[in-house]
Design a protein around this ligand. Structure first.
Ligand code: ATP
Ligand code: MG
Length: 431
């Protein structure tokens, strides 16, 4: 870790002295920010990212709502990349991947134990049907089955099952089906340019994915790939990067990729900066073991009590903070909580930095427009396959009239539109 990284957070309310976060001085380079909605968490993270960037420490930002474009050097829309969660890193057993992937999906989609077990069975089959022994560690690059195969295996299991399992499979299908419509999973290989990503402050945007659950599950798969990238890159005493996750409550649970990052990333020169509205979203272990905690206002008494306990404060002080961006900060090195006013990013940016940001955002908008135009031009006919269990049941509910309804086929992309449609729903071409 580089000596001397000093991140200006703001000023102490009592003495007016500048307060810095110095990751190197703490027991680890992780920082947790908590606070009620509107208390200033995102702004705090944006300021920290800027300060790190100024000291040549890049960040990877998991950006659920495109709130970090201006502080990033580059923006990557995860939709433009591919991830295969079934890929097996060298030295690992497919069986481990089976459990890992099923567990991530279980937590995010709130699956029950039986649903998870059936999902595991389907994932296991993806490997076995490709003659991959799931118990043997993999020591050479092998072709992994594509993630989309899972839905075919669920269909197979459905066909072989009794009615009780069919019900479980049907509800499993309903919960996860939308995930198989996401085109980042279509390929066999994961294509994420981590070498480029970790060199510059990069915002990984997830805003274009259809649902919050899908955004979360994809963020998990991404973090998992990041972990294995870091393992491959090897240990490092110097600070390579920070991984910033706003609204981290979506991803915190025992055994999650984030949990692993928190425990292991320090060795690989990576710090984690998290924020969440509810302090109890983080386990006491996470809070107790992070190098620093910033608590902005926590208006719920329960939350204020939880965080006050971690920071040796009176909960009333945490609950009664009213000024946006003011809060308490405590570092592992001094164990004392100090009241702080976080400096807003607008007060930090120089005129040069502001015009550079404006230029970058304009350039970025032009890029987005170009990409979208390009996409429109090359729309491929999409396979509109659904998972069979859901389809079977839905099919039987269709009226005769609906079944015989004629479609207008788009000449551009071959998508079947409503009979009277003027424009194609899929590619926008005139019919
Ligand atoms: N340190 C600060 N000084 C002055 N204003 C601030 C500060 N931090 C945040 N604000 C302002 O408060 C508003 C809310 O801030 P922000 O979006 O960061 O809240 P949040 O905690 O992330 O909320 P949510 O949980 O809903 O995402 C913004 O308009 C922001 O500019
Ligand atoms: Mg926010």
């Amino acid at each position: 870790m580089q000596e001397g990284i000093k991140v200006l957070l703001g000023k102490s309310v009592r003495e007016g002295k500048k307060i810095y976060w110095e990751p190197k001085r703490e027991k680890n380079p992780h920082l947790v920010v908590v606070g009620t909605s509107g208390s200033g968490k995102t702004e705090t993270l944006r300021s920290i990212i800027l300060e790190l960037k100024r000291q040549n420490v890049p960040s990877i930002i998991i950006d659920f709502h495109a709130e970090f474009r201006d502080v990033a050097d580059q923006v990557i829309n995860l939709r433009d990349l591919t991830i295969n969660p079934l890929e097996i890193e060298l030295g690992r057993r497919p069986q481990d991947v089976v459990y890992e992937v099923a567990n991530i999906m279980k937590k995010i989609f709130s699956l029950g134990d039986q649903q998870e077990a059936l999902l595991r069975q389907a994932i296991r089959r993806c490997y076995e049907d490709n003659r991959i022994n799931i118990l043997n560690p993999v020591y050479s690059n092998m072709k992994a089955p594509p993630f989309m195969d899972i839905k075919d295996k669920i269909n197979e299991i459905y066909d072989e099952s009794d009615s009780i399992s069919r019900n479980t499979l049907f509800s499993l299908t309903n919960r996860i089906e939308a995930l198989f419509e996401v085109d980042i999973f279509f390929k066999e290989n994961t294509i994420i340019p981590f070498d480029t990503i970790i060199r510059k402050t990069t915002s990984i945007e997830l805003k274009d994915f259809p649902t919050e659950d899908i955004k979360s599950v994809i963020a998990e798969f991404f973090l998992n790939k990041l972990i294995y990238y870091l393992y491959k890159a090897g240990k490092s005493d110097s600070m390579r990067l920070h991984c910033v996750i706003d609204e981290a409550h979506r991803l915190t649970y025992e055994g999650s990729p984030l949990d692993r990052l928190l425990r292991e990333s320090r060795k690989y020169g990576t710090g984690i900066i998290l924020s969440s509205q509810r302090p109890s979203d983080f386990s006491e272990t996470i809070l107790a073991n992070s190098g620093g905690i910033i608590s902005l206002q926590c208006s719920l008494e329960k939350d204020a009590k939880f965080v006050a306990r971690q920071m040796n404060l009176d909960f009333i002080d945490v609950k009664n903070l009213t000024d946006v961006g003011s809060g308490f900060v405590k570092f592992s090195s001094d164990n004392v909580s100090r009241k702080i006013k976080i400096q807003h990013i607008n007060e930090r940016l120089t005129e040069e930095e502001k015009s550079e940001i404006e230029r970058k955002l304009r350039q970025f908008e032009r890029l987005v427009i170009k990409v979208e135009e390009k996409k429109k031009r090359k729309v491929k006919p999409k396979k509109r396959r659904k998972l069979r269990p859901a389809k079977k049941i839905l099919k039987s509910k269709k009226s005769k009239k609906e079944k015989t309804k004629r479609l207008t086929i788009c000449r551009n992309c071959l998508y079947g539109n409503e009979k009277d449609a003027l424009y194609c729903t899929e590619c926008g071409a005139r019919l």
